[in-house]
Design a protein around this ligand. Structure first.
Ligand code: UD1
Ligand code: CA
Length: 451
């Protein structure tokens, strides 16, 4: 949808976070607050996105991957109206509508923003304010009406006792027409905080004889502003609860909904059972009929149908169908475990491609390796992949059997159907079909026992 541009206000220091990090860089479910707002706005494909930065600008700028965002700077923090004014130089001659949104309302949905813009266009208003009716309006700007019609917005610190009782609040999200710039130029800092408030544009535009309007959001959680750690944590819980409800209704079993963390973007198939103590972080997709037992942590990974994960840490891995991981395994970046693979007690894999039906069930480290099908890796086997400078690869052919406590000194290649004797330290390639024993022979010597 075109014919509107967006201005995102993100220059505030976020003092109430009590943090060295700019507020908008705080992470909500693995994604910085500002990115939530950028994603929602971008979904509507505006003509321009202008980001107003100030406090911690460099850090925020570095985190952005979008190339279509124009950045302007607010060098002094004089208030939300002053922040919005910084976008004028980019949009001065722009004829379309202008969505102004604070960067600290991460849960806002694109569809709500669209309704706001459409309302402003449809009725030809100079401003439409997105509002919400909340139980506890403390800290928000109140929507003051006269005869049922929007009169002004008054901030908590400036509100009269009667106004403080108003439960309809300003979300900090507005759609303006091109009169925005003239209205902003008229804002004065005559309020308790001596700041230039964007909220004053309501009465200013009214004074110009322009139409002012509001629409109320359907779900209040969408406009929750994040100003402190309690609100950030609350937003996490809102996202998590929404996700859990969605998964339960899609046929996923979650044994104790109070005792799991599941990221908003997780995909989990039906009949999968999630046990207490499981933490599913961002970028995870889990198939159907899996069992995920606590305490497991999974991030950026894909797990195939009917797999069982117990008490394990999985990051950046692709796991096939019917696989078994754990208890107590660490499946690291670049691990690819195919169908029926089993990685067990205290085994670790990294950048290891392990073909179907292979097992490393006890105390192993398999790193920078390619393991064929139907390979059994005995307890305590290690790929010695690092020579102090570089990483090297170990290749083990299909059908091989690796006895316990074997060291593979990489780079090394083991053929198919090789039997590696327990306790071997394998330093040279082994052709297919061989038995390799690479360990000191057992000797018996006389033992002299002192009296
Ligand atoms: C603001 C609204 C309030 C509304 C609430 C909703 C004003 C005056 N008040 O209050 O009516 O209920 O949001 O969440 O706008 N900013 C700058 N530069 C500044 C000051 C602020 O860029 O000099 C940015 C902040 O980074 C933030 C936004 O403007 O994204 C709003 O500022 P904030 O201090 O969070 O305002 P609230 O007190 O929450
Ligand atoms: Ca705020």
């Amino acid at each position: 949808m075109k014919n509107f541009s967006a201005v995102i206000l993100a220059a505030g220091p976020g003092t109430r976070m009590k943090s060295s990090l700019p507020k908008v860089m705080h992470s909500l479910s693995g994604k910085p607050l500002i990115k939530w707002v950028i994603d929602s706005v971008s979904a509507l494909k505006p003509d321009n996105i202008i980001l107003v930065l100030g406090h911690g600008a460099e850090l925020v700028k570095k985190s952005l991957s979008e190339s279509n965002i124009k950045i302007v700077y607010q060098t002094e923090r004089l208030g939300s109206a002053h922040a919005a004014m910084q976008a004028e130089k980019v949009l001065k001659n722009y004829e379309g509508n202008i969505l102004v949104i604070s960067a600290d309302v991460p849960l806002i949905k694109p569809s709500t923003l669209l309704s706001l813009i459409n309302n402003n266009k449809k009725i030809g208003a100079s401003i439409t304010v997105l509002t919400a009716e909340v139980e506890n309006p403390f800290g928000y700007g109140r929507i003051v009406k006269k005869g049922g019609i929007l009169e002004k917005i008054v901030e908590e610190k400036d509100a009269t006792p009667a106004e403080k009782h108003i439960k309809e609040i300003n979300s900090g999200i507005y759609c303006f027409d091109k009169n925005l710039w003239t209205a902003l130029s008229k804002v004065k800092p005559d309020n308790a905080k001596k700041e230039y408030y964007i909220t004053d544009t309501v009465s200013i535009l009214k004074g110009f004889g322009k139409k002012v309007s509001l629409i109320a959001v359907k779900d209040n959680y969408e406009v929750k502003g994040i100003n402190n750690r309690a609100e950030l944590s609350h937003a996490e819980n809102i996202l998590k609860d929404r996700k859990i409800k969605e998964l339960l209704s899609d046929g996923v079993s979650i044994i104790d909904t109070n005792n799991v963390y599941i990221s908003y973007d997780a995909k989990i198939g039906g009949d999968t059972v999630v046990y207490p103590g499981v933490f599913i972080d961002t970028g995870v997709s889990i198939g159907k009929s899996c069992i995920i037992k606590g305490t497991s942590y999974i991030i950026n990974s894909k797990i195939g149908d009917a797999s069982t994960i117990s008490y394990s840490y999985i990051e950046g891995a692709v796991i096939g169908k019917n696989a078994k991981v754990g208890p107590f395994s660490h499946i690291r970046q670049g691990s690819v475990l195919k169908e029926n693979v089993s990685i067990g007690n205290f085994s670790e894999t990294k950048k290891a491609i392990i073909a179907k039906n292979s097992k490393a069930n006890h105390l192993s480290y398999i790193g920078d390796a390619r393991v064929g099908e139907n390979v059994n890796i005995g307890a305590g086997t290690i790929t010695c992949n690092y020579d102090g400078k570089k990483k090297h690869e170990t290749i083990i052919g299909s059908g091989s059997f690796v006895g316990s406590n074997v060291n593979f000194i990489a780079p090394v290649k083991i053929g198919r159907s090789v039997l590696v004797a327990a306790g071997s330290t394998v330093t040279h390639n082994v052709p297919s079909g061989k038995l390799v024993i690479a360990r000191a022979k057992q000797e018996l010597k006389h033992r002299k026992i002192d009296e």
